[in-house]
Ligand binder design. Sequence first.
Ligand code: NAP
Length: 325
Amino acid sequence: MKPRALVTRHVYPAAIPILQEHCVVDYQDSYEVLSEPRLMRKLALAEGVVCQLTDPISRAVIEAAPKLKVISQVAVGYDNIDVTAATERGIVVTNTPGVLTEATADMTFALLLAAARKLPAAERYLRAGKWQRWDVDLLCGGDVHGQTIGIVGLGRVGQAVARRARGFGMRVLYTARHEAEHALEEELQATRLPLDTLLAESDYVSLHVPLTDETHHMISVPQLCAMRSHAILINTARGPVIDERALVAALEEGLIGGAALDVFEHEPTIPPALLELDNVVLLPHIGSAVSSVRSLMCALAARDCAAVLGGHEPPSHVVNPEVLR
Ligand code: NAP
């Protein structure tokens, strides 16, 4: 009998036949997020699950899934999954890196440009019928060309952002736990600095670290105080990397110049004070939202889920490879 795989929410159609070739598919073709009790009931029968960052795959959920062999996340970040609990049970966890890198870097740069040149504020101004004439100092923003960008986390997305920044003639600084290879530093003309120095020297600070215990609230009061008063903070990584209360206070007090955020600490809840501020650009977590990219992400997650359950090929993007040894 074919193994059973749960698809927790609506996905791009390409994913379903890939799974059906090797599994009986329980497809929740809905935008609703399964409540934890329903998720547990469904997973009680499942050997595989294709899930999204909205699904809390906690230790309790994993314990309620005695047959589970694979958790395939439709995202590169997997902070919603208790990987330690999965690994203890020998459950393979997979994600979808790579296919979304360029789209996310594009969106990071769109946010940088939008914040620098006040695009949302300018459009609000025009739509409100406030535009009377061309004025020499109307809605002037900051330079991008020739400015310094500080990239926090020089992984796939961080590097793709650095390449765009070089195209804009920017000076590139980065911080990471490990030094990048010399050839990469040369290609990107990127200089590694400790976080506090990077913050003090950057006109734009862009976050590209995964959300982990180490990166939770990595940007809080001391880091915001270290930033330049005109600097703009961009976050397309994960919301809790920034202490959102500290950020709102810093923006209100003019400690930093602005923020451009695709992700938030308690999505989809946005602090009301943030919505009131004019020097922020806010997006509803659409960093990788390109149809072709999202379709590839769904197919990749389905392929890895089917690979583990079917045993016909090794899964391609395993987060916890120790379970396969
Ligand atoms: P990646 O290739 O794994 O890069 C992450 C980088 O962060 C690595 O180079 C890592 O380098 C560095 N890092 C990890 N912990 C760190 C720490 N404590 N201090 C400094 N650097 C640290 O991942 P990616 O594909 O670039 O994606 C990055 C993150 O972006 C994902 O985890 C995801 O959460 C987010 N993302 C969001 C969207 C969106 O829709 N908004 C889309 C794509 C990705 P070292 O290990 O050498 O330190």
